[in-house]
Design a protein around this ligand. Structure first.
Ligand SMILES: Cc1cc2nc3c(=O)[nH]c(=O)nc-3n(C[C@H](O)[C@H](O)[C@H](O)COP(=O)(O)O)c2cc1C
Ligand code: SF4
Length: 487
């Protein structure tokens, strides 16, 4: 990754008085399709890794969201929640009716904590298989399918013609004995990637039946998930069309599918638009249906703001009640994981743009991605579309949030890490007590935990002493050292 030489400070800033906050845009209401959010404050989706291995809601999940709800932000979006009924580790799931009961308890807890003032959406996600980086010996012994081409390249490389016909075990042994350059000469680019990063499916893997048929299965999977969200009592859903996952990969300029669901602008848009339409049709007129997409994929050959703006126009015309704008967070430029680890889409330059840190370039992390939401909003308004736009990325104070609304950078201000650092920050600002806000350091301790699928916490919350009687056991991380809920 490129060097990011400048370390930015979290600047002290003046905070509004109670009266100023009450009069502000940030604390004014905004229409989101059929519902009104009482404020323009928004806690975007953040996976805290607190569900059971089966994807069920736990008391820790409830505690986590109820804590955010105490400050009554306008909207909380529940973490990326899987729409399929397949094992996905401790990530929330909504792919079967048995998940509804737990989700309904979560909704009830948020309603109670916010006294009904916060709208609660759930982010619906689909993703493809990503496997851990294999051990080299295991890869050559078990994972690689040996082909005629491998034999031919190996025979040419070693001058040993018997490799063309010998038993497969000898081919595998010969491959294992090669140096890196030799391996590069024999494996295809995808095989090399599987060896060096771990196997990862793409939406363009048309030889895989379950990938080829995604356009047939996804609309109904998303629609059923949205119906379950409505039965659980959510106020709406956010379709996850951002970052490294299936729907973002359909929108991506790298999507070269030749079945009408890729290649051209219209082709890339087709499935996301079909999903949106099926979801809108599946829920009642009271449910909010929004889209989160990337204003820029950041990766080489990826989608840029021009296409993202046109996508947003089509989603708005297709009935999206809000457009939430994110940036980057892709697999394509992620760092190589250690053997046994999985590639994580927030480790490369695109990941840095998604969750910018204080170690940055001249522009720094603060409000860094507002240019994208501003551009998208301007194009929507030019097209006569009034759909609200949610901006995010390094927004950590009242002045910045208020200025973003004033300048038309966005209509709603999402703060992920600042809300994690101090879930009360909106309430403190509204009470005129902004000076007591615990400011996020933007050094991504939390994101490091997310990367390793550990319960996400903030470095600014008190460290727990083992056996601390003040913290009930269920509110302490598995290693016994971190608070699971902000103090
Ligand atoms: C721990 C963690 C988990 C996240 N999980 C999600 C997620 O599930 N879905 C999503 O769209 N974004 C996710 N994000 C990205 C945030 O929603 C947000 O876009 C990003 O952190 C930038 O905003 P910020 O600067 O206010 O933190 C996550 C961020 C963090 C820190
Ligand atoms: S861990 Fe660091 S980056 Fe994450 S919320 Fe806390 S202070 Fe911010």
């Amino acid at each position: 990754m490129r060097a990011l030489p400048i370390v930015h400070r979290i600047a002290d800033e003046p905070w509004p008085t109670r009266e100023e906050a009450e009069r502000s845009r940030l604390f004014s209401s905004v229409q989101l399709g059929p519902r009104v959010s009482r404020r323009r404050t928004w806690v975007p989706a953040m996976v805290p890794w607190r569900a059971t291995e089966e994807g069920m809601v736990t008391q820790q999940v409830i505690d986590w969201y109820a804590r955010f709800a105490l400050a009554k932000p306008g909207v909380i979006v529940i973490e990326a929640t899987g729409i399929r009924d397949v094992a996905s580790g401790p990530l929330l799931r909504i792919g079967h009716d048995r998940f509804v009961e737990g989700l309904a308890r979560l909704v009830a807890a948020v309603r109670e904590a916010s006294e009904g003032e916060t709208l609660l959406f759930v982010q619906l996600i689909d993703f493809l298989a990503v496997r851990r980086r294999p051990d080299r010996a295991k890869y050559f012994a078990r994972f690689l399918s040996v082909t005629r081409e491998h034999r031919e390249r190996l025979a040419a490389l070693t001058g040993d013609e018997t490799l063309l016909e010998c038993d497969e075990a000898r081919v595998r042994e010969t491959l294992l004995a090669l140096d890196d350059e030799g391996v590069r000469g024999v494996l295809t680019e995808r095989e090399r990637e599987s060896l060096e990063y771990g196997y990862r499916e793409r939406v363009t893997d048309m030889h895989l039946p379950h990938v080829r048929t995604l356009p047939e299965v996804l609309p109904s999977l998303f629609a059923s998930a949205a119906q379950r969200a409505e039965s659980a009592g959510f106020d709406g859903v956010e379709l996850h069309y951002a970052h490294a996952y299936t729907m973002a990969s359909f929108l991506s300029a790298l999507n070269t599918r030749d079945d009408g669901y890729g290649a051209s602008f219209e082709g890339r848009l087709r499935l996301p638009l079909e999903v949106l339409s099926r979801v809108r049709a599946a829920v009642s007129g009271h449910s909010v249906v929004g889209v989160r997409l990337l204003g820029d994929e950041v990766i080489e050959g990826g989608t840029r703001i021009r296409d993202a703006s046109r996508f947003s126009v089509e989603f708005a015309r297709g009935g999206a009640h809000f457009i939430s704008v994110s940036k980057g967070g892709k697999f394509e430029d992620a760092k190589q994981p250690k053997v046994g680890g999985a590639v994580y889409p927030y480790t490369g330059p695109s990941g840095h743009e998604c969750m910018p840190t204080v170690r940055s370039d001249e522009r720094g992390p603060f409000g860094r991605n507002l240019g994208l939401s501003r551009e998208i909003r301007a194009v929507l308004r030019e097209g006569g579309l009034s759909v609200p736009v949610v901006g995010a990325g390094g927004i950590n104070g009242f002045i910045m949030a208020e200025r973003a609304l004033e300048q038309g950078d966005c209509d709603v201000v999402a703060s992920a890490r600042q809300s994690l650092a101090d879930p009360d920050w909106f309430a403190k600002v509204l009470r005129g007590e902004g000076a007591t806000v615990r400011r996020c350091k933007f050094t991504n301790y939390c994101e490091g935990l997310d990367q390793h699928h550990k319960e996400v916490t903030c470095q600014l919350w008190d460290k727990i002493r083992p056996g601390d009687p003040e913290e009930p056991a269920h509110r302490v991380s598995a290693d016994g050292r971190r608070r699971l809920v902000a103090p």
